[in-house]
Design a binder for this molecule. Structure first.
Ligand code: C2E
Ligand code: SIN
Ligand code: SIN
Ligand code: FE
Ligand code: FE
Length: 412
């Protein structure tokens, strides 16, 4: 009798669980990807995209497509594509952003000519995918500010055949989008606080831009995703870890605010004495996250403190005095401070180390020109097992197509 009701209740309870989990995510990019994944589950969409509003344009952030993904090796992601287009009524998502209303088109190849928008067929042509049904909804902050657009493609019925999006789908997606907007707004505020810390570093060191912080963070997450795949890290743990990793790795060099200009901005090689002062950016940065109040703080300490440790033990700061934060354990044969080695170095720091060096070598620095991509990759390979964790170097190369796409997104 109440079979119908039970099914609806079940769906609502599932949506409620999904929505609660959104509120634990701290990082904007991680959240955008989760919103897309979960929204597709709510309305059984085979594919979809999420766009963010940037001024008068929409930028695509994530695209997912289960059918296309099936043709890839297991665990591999579709390569990222990034593009943006004006918020106007010529595209479906532009129209939704402009008017704030939801669009439900049963077949994008047969859109009524009185409608202002048309369907952009280029993506289908490029991928060989056939888009049919399309449900698109705005993502707003609680005060009504447009944050982005969520687009669901090709609803699937129980037999996996493409169907139209139903009136129920519209209701579920509206409910979901409302909560996603709240979570997204909050993650933007968290991101804004982090960006302020990075801006303080930038004021000291304008050449080391926020772009470096963003790239290192995005690369780190890509490497971690490959790690998580190979190690079968449970989904909930993976999401929590990569969220904190992304936020914390943006701040890996925040300790550089304490380094005098004469060293930080030196147009040439550092003397031994200058370099030993430079090395203090590790533990001075770590100190900013204490007392530890969250999982992000915990990972931020690991990363700031350990991102210059080397797999073979030749890095810094090594064992440090808990009171002063200064290096303390000496190797008696060399009289040098002994670094942490192998898995003594936290995973987060081993990952960021690769991401940091890849970006440092690929960029112009006040003390050096950018290297050619080929030379950078050879260097990373050559440092596998000495400077870098060899297993993570493999994951870096697996993630390279995504890493290179991100590199092009965050050009200075
Ligand atoms: P950074 O510029 O962010 O560089 C991060 C790491 O990338 C470096 O850590 C190093 O492992 C690698 N790296 C960067 N450039 C090169 C390069 O030309 N060749 C090689 N083989 N590796 C490179 P490291 O060495 O511990 O340096 C930490 C920070 O100290 C650097 O951060 C930078 O801010 C500063 N620094 C290092 N060397 C110099 C220098 O010769 N002159 C100046 N002005 N600053 C330096
Ligand atoms: C849309 O039409 O909503 C998305 C933009 C496009 O691929 O044309
Ligand atoms: C810390 O200062 O919290 C870590 C110190 C260490 O790992 O030696
Ligand atoms: Fe550093
Ligand atoms: Fe760095």
């Amino acid at each position: 009798m109440s079979n119908q009701l039970t099914k609806k209740e079940e769906i609502y309870s599932r949506i409620f669980d999904i929505e609660s989990s959104l509120h634990n995510v701290q990082d904007v990019d991680v959240l955008l990807e989760i919103i897309l994944t979960e929204a597709r589950k709510v309305v059984s969409a085979d594919a979809g995209s999420i766009y963010v509003a940037e001024g008068d344009r929409l930028s695509i952030r994530y695209s997912q497509n289960d059918s296309l993904k099936k043709n890839l090796p297991r665990g591999q992601k579709l390569p990222y594509t990034f593009f943006s287009f004006p918020i106007d009524s010529k595209t479906i998502s532009g129209y939704v952003a402009l008017t704030g209303s939801m669009v439900n088109e049963p077949n994008v190849y047969e859109i009524d000519e009185v409608k202002p928008y048309t369907f952009g067929k280029e993506t289908d042509k490029m991928t060989g995918y056939k888009t049919v049904s399309n449900l698109t909804i705005p993502l707003n902050a609680p005060n009504g500010t447009l944050l982005g657009v969520l687009q669901m493609l090709n609803a699937l019925d129980e037999n996996g055949n493409i169907r139209e999006f139903s009136a129920d789908d519209e209701t579920y997606l509206k409910h979901f989008a409302y909560n996603a907007g709240i979570a997204l707004e909050r993650s933007y505020l968290t991101r804004a606080m982090i960006m302020r810390m990075i801006k303080i570093s930038e004021m000291r060191d304008p050449k080391e831009t926020g772009a470096h912080a963003n790239r290192v963070a995005s690369y780190s997450v890509e490497i971690y995703d490959r790690y998580a795949f190979h190690k079968n890290v449970p989904e909930a743990e993976r999401i929590k870890y990569r969220d904190s990793l992304r936020v914390a790795s943006m701040l890996h060099d925040v300790g550089k605010v304490s380094i005098p200009d004469s060293i930080l901005k030196k147009n040439g090689r550092l003397t031994d004495e200058e370099f030993s002062l430079m090395k203090t950016h590790t533990w001075k940065g770590a100190a900013l996250f204490k007392p530890i109040m969250s999982f992000v703080d915990e990972i931020a300490v690991e990363i700031a403190l350990r991102h210059h440790e080397n797999w073979d033990g030749s890095g810094y700061p090594g064992f440090i005095n808990k009171e002063t934060g200064e290096a303390e354990r000496l190797d008696y044969s060399t009289h040098k401070n002994q670094g942490l080695k192998g898995e003594e170095i936290p995973l987060s720091a081993r990952i960021v180390s690769i991401a940091d060096v890849y970006d440092a070598l690929s960029s112009n620095r006040i003390y050096k020109e950018a290297w050619k991509e080929e030379d950078v990759l050879n260097e990373i390979r050559a440092c596998s097992g000495t400077k870098f964790d060899p297993e993570l170097v493999e994951y870096f190369f697996e993630a390279l197509p995504n890493i290179q796409a991100i590199k092009n997104l965050f050009t200075e």
